[in-house]
Design a protein around this ligand. Structure first.
Ligand code: 5GP
Length: 197
């Protein structure tokens, strides 16, 4: 079992509705030493990639992305949730349905911060159905950039996002893949990472 899986067993809470609560160390209170371990691990897993930018989505991906970016020595751009209409055409736009809030948001990235020269590593805290990732991938495509890989802290392997993203051919690295979880007992089971290609 790796460091993140151990921490999930220790401090994660399984909620009804397929939600894993990890707000004591990942996305509300944040354990920066844990984030550093994640940064080191992603640096290893994407060692052969030439990455010049990290991208994530507001809000809970930002903290992890910043620490990971320090291991790659590159800037972070995060997709912002926006209500305003893109009148000037100066932003890339994607529509993202929130898994946790069940609402749809437009997310935007300024054209000043992403372009064809960018080789992007996408980072996020969770992967569920893959809507957030699809939005980010679409924004990189609009910019003419390249997605070099995707690094996720917690993938919920029983939801469809992971399979969909791997089928599209992306190198998706999830540090913990939850195979099943039970709100009644609090049990969490992880996928054996050796099974992941
Ligand atoms: P997706 O777009 O893949 O369906 O969901 C990913 C987003 O939803 C993540 O950015 C994360 O913020 C949120 N999310 C999805 N599942 C969970 C979960 O079980 N727990 C928490 N805390 N956030 C989740």
């Amino acid at each position: 079992m790796n460091f993140l899986e151990e921490r999930i067993l220790k401090d994660g809470i399984v909620k009804e509705g397929n939600v894993l609560k990890v707000d004591s160390f990942l996305n509300h209170q944040m354990d920066i030493n844990l984030f550093k371990q994640m940064g080191e691990e992603f640096k290893k897993r994407f060692a052969d990639k030439n990455i010049n930018k990290i991208m994530t989505i507001e809000a809970s991906g930002i903290g992890i992305a910043c620490v990971v970016a320090s291991y790659f020595d590159v800037p972070v751009v995060f997709a912002k949730k926006s209500q305003s209409i893109n009148i000037d055409g100066d932003v890339y736009v994607a529509e993202v349905e929130s898994f946790t809030h069940k609402n749809k948001n437009q997310v935007i990235v300024s054209k000043r911060f992403l372009g064809p020269e960018d080789h992007v590593l996408i980072i996020d805290d969770f992967l569920a159905n893959g809507c957030a990732l699809q939005g980010l991938i679409s924004i990189v495509a609009q910019a003419g950039g390249t997605v070099e890989g995707i690094g996720i802290a917690v993938e919920k392997g029983f939801q469809s996002g992971g399979r969909m993203i791997r089928n599209l051919g992306y190198q998706l690295e999830s540090l913990a893949i939850v195979e099943s979880m039970d709100a009644a007992t609090g049990n969490v089971k992880f996928r054996d990472q050796s099974e992941v290609e």
